[in-house]
Design a protein around this ligand. Structure first.
Ligand code: GTP
Ligand code: MG
Length: 682
């Protein structure tokens, strides 16, 4: 291939993405082994991979954060970003993607994973990131290539371009034919494939498959089209040029294949990246990076190491960044770089300044955040990317098991949110709760494991308290009298209250209707305070809202009356009044918007109805062909674990947002249960 194999082409940054458990971490391991960055290829199952090196990842046998590893292939530096496949950790992928030159989408021909594949491809398509599919696990496939492609094609907006076809022997994949090179290879375990003669049936299937590859390429190359029509074999270089160009233009998605566990197909993948993936110049252009002298870098992820302090993984998009350089984001100064390191998963190696294209970790940038555009100029470079985290969909209330850890917990949570902005922490002072919102069960579990493992804080977790309220349905007039005669000074306060229900969302009103000074003016604010005291905890056990109270009568004692006595009288009056006013529970209702593939809409409908949801309407989702938006009013208590059902009804891709709308009365058995549970807890 002469000149195609010549000289280095500059550092690359490549994302490994794809549906859950498709083999990304295994592929990274295979790449690192093949390129000599590690001695032996570890496995996910044995817990020996570079990618899943954290305790949490090893424990769950899945990726739970971004892993960055740099290696060298044919004289060039390549940094691979192993992104978690689970939708719950998708923010790590979304924040890192803008900086990459290309993505390798690791996938399987599995109909249960097509929806997720579509989501990921869509993300890449929208961001105009060139992408290859790496059809992994072909050692297990029971489908022929055409079937696999038919299954996967709907996930991509552009044609999938088959670049290789498998060779089968006794129904087992033994090698592949490269359609561009027109060569056949047999796989060898953990070693480069061996070229074999291409003849017989293999040659025939190669010819057919190559022709369809060329046809697809010719859709964007008129000259190639003419050659095909005239039956002229196109020059091989032209084919390679087209492959590279159409990948970069994002008009095709080439498909390579292999077996990550056996390092099969890895060399071809690396060569395709080398020849076809664009470099940092194209990526900087895509992001609108100004290429004057200033250094510009995009922070992919920041994290706190146990010993080395804070590290910010960043890709340099322009210029050079070394020790001592001060970097700023548009928001503020990020800090002074103290140490530049090459990363191989969790291990770091000190190195010199990083030039354009390189992906490294910077030490001690105390204010750098995931997703920040960092620059060295006087004027900070405008942000080149902004991946806003998805709002949380599942929450837990947590507290430190031991009181002494309270402060430590607060600090640890700050660090966790900084590393992973798709976690949010909300303090609920009313329930004395710290509520952590995340993207799903596993996301929250990993967060609490990190608190325990990394910060040494034992955590208790509960379901977050639902913000129930109560009100009344009937008016009443009630006297509240406080009289105490013990020894010297007595206490005396006496009020008559007129209590009325108010419409929803009115809160509380208090009116002074005293005439003739039967309750002296200076005691009246104390009466209101007493009422408010009692309203914190109504007869059902919840804060009382939407009532109007008027002070209409009362009496006082010249010596024994006091602020305190009238406060107590007000409290007694309300405490005695409310149980007689038909108290009723109020529950928060939220407006929920669920996004789901249209074929799941019926199931979503059933889930919503089963959770006391009131469906308001169906719409097609704007800009998302084949997707629906379902809107419904739903009680807060039913939203708690809604995401679990939504995901299981949508092969993992459904999601929702919600917003408080109003409080609604809740009666009957559900209300009784809530009241009983509250009593039991007190
Ligand atoms: N048979 C077979 N199994 C594979 C292959 N590649 C990966 N696996 C297995 O698939 C499982 C998942 O592999 P991982 O590498 O963890 O997949 P992943 O995509 O990184 O998973 P997440 O990051 O959690 O989404 C493991 O049990 C691997 O051993 C392959 O080519 N063939
Ligand atoms: Mg993984």
């Amino acid at each position: 291939m002469g000149d195609r194999e010549s000289g280095p082409r500059g550092p690359r940054c490549i994302a490994l993405v794809g549906p859950f458990q498709s083999g990304k971490t295994t592929l990274l391991e295979a790449i690192l082994a093949r390129t000599g960055a590690i001695q032996r290829q570890g496995t996910v199952d044995a817990g020996t991979t570079v990618g899943d090196a954290s305790k949490e990842a090893r424990h769950h046998k899945m990726s739970v954060e971004l892993t960055v590893a740099t290696t060298t292939f044919m004289g060039d530096s390549y940094t691979f970003l192993d992104c978690p496949g689970s939708v719950e950790f998708v923010h790590d992928m979304r924040a890192a993607l803008p900086a990459v030159d290309a993505a390798v989408v690791v996938c399987e021909a599995d109909d249960r994973k097509v929806a997720q594949l579509q989501l990921i491809l869509r993300e890449l398509e929208d961001a105009k990131i060139p992408r290859f599919l790496f059809l992994n696990k072909i050692d297990k496939t029971d489908k022929d290539m055409r079937e696999s492609l038919k299954l996967l094609q709907p996930a991509s907006r552009v044609p999938l371009l088959l670049r290789q076809i498998p060779i089968f022997k006794n129904e087992i994949v033994t090698g592949f034919i490269d359609l561009a090179l027109e060569r056949a290879y047999v796989y060898r375990e953990h070693a480069p494939s061996e070229v074999i003669a291409l003849d017989g049936d293999a040659l025939t299937s190669q010819k057919d498959a190559r022709f369809s590859m060329l046809e697809t390429l010719a859709d964007h190359d008129d000259e190639l089209m003419e050659q095909l029509l005239a039956d002229i074999p196109p020059p091989r270089d032209r084919v390679f040029d087209d492959l590279a160009k159409e990948l970069r233009d994002g008009v095709v998605c080439p498909v390579l294949m292999g077996v990550a566990t056996r390092t099969n197909g890895v060399l071809r993948l690396l060569k395709a990246l080398r020849h076809e993936a664009p470099g940092v110049a194209a990526t900087a252009k895509r992001l609108g990076v100004k290429t004057n002298g200033d250094a510009v870098a995009l922070a992919l992820k920041t994290f706190h190491t146990t010993h080395g302090g804070k590290l910010s993984v960043a890709r340099v998009l322009n210029g050079q960044v070394g020790d001592g350089v001060t970097l700023s984001s548009p928001a503020d100064e990020a800090g002074r770089v103290s140490g530049v390191a090459k990363l191989l998963g969790q291990s770091t190696e000190k190195r010199g300044p990083a030039g354009a294209g390189e992906t490294v970790a910077f030490g001690k940038l105390d204010s750098a955040r995931t997703g920040d555009t960092l620059s060295s100029g006087k004027q900070p470079h405008p942000a080149v990317a902004a991946a806003k985290p998805y709002p949380g969909v599942l929450a837990i209330a947590i507290s430190a098991k031991e009181r002494k850890d309270d402060v430590k917990l607060g600090l640890a949570l700050n660090k966790l949110i900084e590393e992973d902005p798709s976690l949010t922490v909300i303090h609920n002072p009313e329930a004395h709760e710290i509520v952590v919102w995340g993207q799903g069960e596993m996301h929250l579990r990993v967060a609490t494991e990190r608190l325990a493992e990394r910060f040494g804080i034992a955590i208790e977790r509960r379901r977050p308290t639902v913000g129930y309220r109560e009100t009344i349905r009937k008016p009443i007039q009630q006297r509240g009298r406080h009289k105490k005669q013990s020894g010297g000074h007595g206490q005396f306060g006496d009020v008559v209250l007129d209590v009325k229900p108010l419409p929803r969302n009115s809160g509380f009103t208090f009116e002074d209707k005293i005439t003739g000074g039967v309750v002296p003016r200076n005691y009246i604010p104390s009466v209101e305070e007493g009422i408010l005291d009692a309203m914190k905890h109504g007869p059902l056990g919840f804060p009382v809202v939407d009532i109007a109270v008027a002070l209409i009568d009362g009496s006082y004692h010249a010596v024994d009356s006091s602020d305190m006595a009238f406060r107590i009288a007000g409290r007694i009056g309300i405490t005695e009044a409310l149980p007689q006013c038909q108290p009723v529970l109020l529950e928060p209702i939220h407006m929920v918007e669920i996004a789901c593939p249209s074929e799941a809409s019926t199931k979503i409908n059933a889930i919503l109805s089963g959770r006391r949801g009131q469906i308001l309407g169906f719409d097609t989702r704007e800009g998302w062909e084949g997707w629906d938006m379902v809107r419904a009013m739903m009680p807060e208590s039913e939203i708690g674990d809604l995401i679990i059902e939504v995901r299981s009804a949508t092969a993992g891709v459904g999601s929702f947002t919600f917003k408080f709308d109003h409080m609604a009365e809740l009666t009957g058995k559900p209300a009784e249960q809530i009241v009983a549970a509250k009593r039991a807890a007190e």
